[in-house]
Design a protein around this ligand. Structure first.
Ligand code: UD1
Length: 390
């Protein structure tokens, strides 16, 4: 059997690493039984994320080898990214002729490659199927809907996603509840991340120069962690111009904040004239994009996380760090406090953020593991593919 799996952007790498390891283990078990119907696996990177810090460092951290094929698509508008990916991926499919294309997550690479594969009559498997925010202004929601509609095998991370897929009329044979593959990576790496000294993260490579933050008086046991990259937060001038002063002048005074910056966010802060305000703050430490282990280490050490990332909401469930989610909705309701998790939705509403931040300052870490977030999801994914239609 030949499988092509696809990655494009940073969160994809974290999701595909356990799947690749499951294939390696599967093949070595077969070899030891002297059975030789091995899985031939090809990893295709669309090239959507390309910077060393958004890309190579993740492959190194996660212990997986470099992609076999890189389509080199890079940045662009949505139509450019999706269109260019489809053109390049079609060439790969015609040459490689896989039995399956495996897609993870909800980025533009996921959408583009699912459409291309189905048009070539190749079976598609979507890992992380069934997540729905109901928010059609999110590019990811469109990517999720199309990919799920086209996929032959829908592997869902939680029971709420399974319900969504049934409600949309999917065939029960197509839908499988396998758990959250991102948590396989977390379980694999949490001990290693825990051994990193936080002060070692503040190195020359990560630190943005010329900041007024004084590292010599920083209490490493008392900080919040902020990440923000969604267009709904960072591309809107009015919203970003009200969030940033509120964070620097109010939240960061209550508790120092570490802020690893996504390239999109860095660009927008500069564009909207907010850059000086951020790097002049004595209470916010801004970093370049950090690697997977460093992020996990900061999550473990932080008292509070503020984020608009879906993956970080999930990781906070396992680390137990109270998570203030800077979004009005989430495709991952399983992570919400109301469902046993640690995340609360605040959008970019200053009043709500203030209230939840004050509450979170008093909270302790309270880890929560949804059903089947047990570190064994990748093996279940592979089993479903191998046994499909058997
Ligand atoms: C993409 C995903 C989003 C995911 C995020 C994780 C889509 C629609 N969005 O958003 O779901 O949460 O990745 O990071 O697929 N850039 C660089 N270097 C890079 C990559 C990007 O400088 O290696 C800059 C470019 O200026 C680019 C901008 O960041 O225009 C945005 O990158 P893009 O890949 O379009 O989307 P993300 O915001 O990263």
């Amino acid at each position: 059997m030949k499988i092509i799996s696809v990655v494009g952007a940073r969160p994809n790498f974290v999701k595909i690493a356990p799947f690749i390891k499951a294939i390696i283990l599967y093949n070595s078990n077969l070899k030891s039984k002297k059975e030789f119907e091995l899985i031939d696996h090809v990893l295709v990177h669309t090239g959507q994320h390309y910077d060393e810090r958004m890309n190579d460092s993740f492959f190194k951290n996660l212990g997986i080898s470099r992609p076999d094929i890189n389509l080199g698509v890079g940045s662009g508008t949505h139509a450019e990214q999706v269109g260019n990916t489809m053109i390049e991926f079609e060439k790969v499919l015609k040459l490689e002729k896989p039995d399956w294309v495996v897609l993870v997550g909800d980025v533009n690479a996921t959408l583009a490659c699912s459409i291309t594969a189905k048009k070539e009559n190749i079976k598609c498997c979507h890992i992380e199927a069934g997540l729905r925010s109901g928010d059609m202004t999110m590019p990811e929601e469109i990517n999720r809907l199309v990919t799920d509609r086209l996929s032959d095998l829908l592997l869902a991370p939680d029971v709420l996603s399974v319900d969504n897929l049934y409600k949309e009329g999917n065939d029960k044979n197509q839908v499988r509840f396998v758990g959250n593959i991102m948590i396989d990576s977390l379980d694999d790496n949490i001990t290693k991340a825990g051994k990193i000294k936080i002060q070692d993260i503040f190195n020359e490579n990560n630190l943005i120069p010329d900041q007024e933050f004084d590292l010599s008086i920083f209490d490493l046991d008392d900080f919040g962690l902020l990440t923000m990259h969604r267009p709904s937060n960072v591309d809107n001038k009015e919203k970003l111009c009200s969030l940033v002063p509120f964070i620097t002048n109010e939240l960061a005074i209550k508790m120092k904040i570490i802020w690893p910056l996504h390239p999109r966010t860095m660009k927008q802060l500069k564009f909207f004239g907010l850059w000086d305000q951020v790097i002049r703050s004595k209470n916010i430490l801004v970093l370049n994009p950090i690697n997977y282990l460093e992020m996990l280490r900061l999550n473990l050490g932080a008292k509070i996380v503020l984020t608009d990332s879906g993956g970080i909401q999930e990781e906070c469930c396992i680390t137990g760090t109270p998570c203030i989610t800077l979004r009005k909705n989430t495709e991952r309701p399983i992570t919400l406090v109301a469902n046993g998790g640690v995340s609360v939705l605040v959008g970019n509403d200053i009043e709500k953020i203030r209230k939840e931040f004050d509450l979170a300052m008093e909270k302790r870490k309270s880890p929560f593991r949804p059903e089947l977030w047990d570190g064994k999801t990748a093996a279940r994914c592979l089993k479903e593919i191998v046994n499909y239609n058997k």
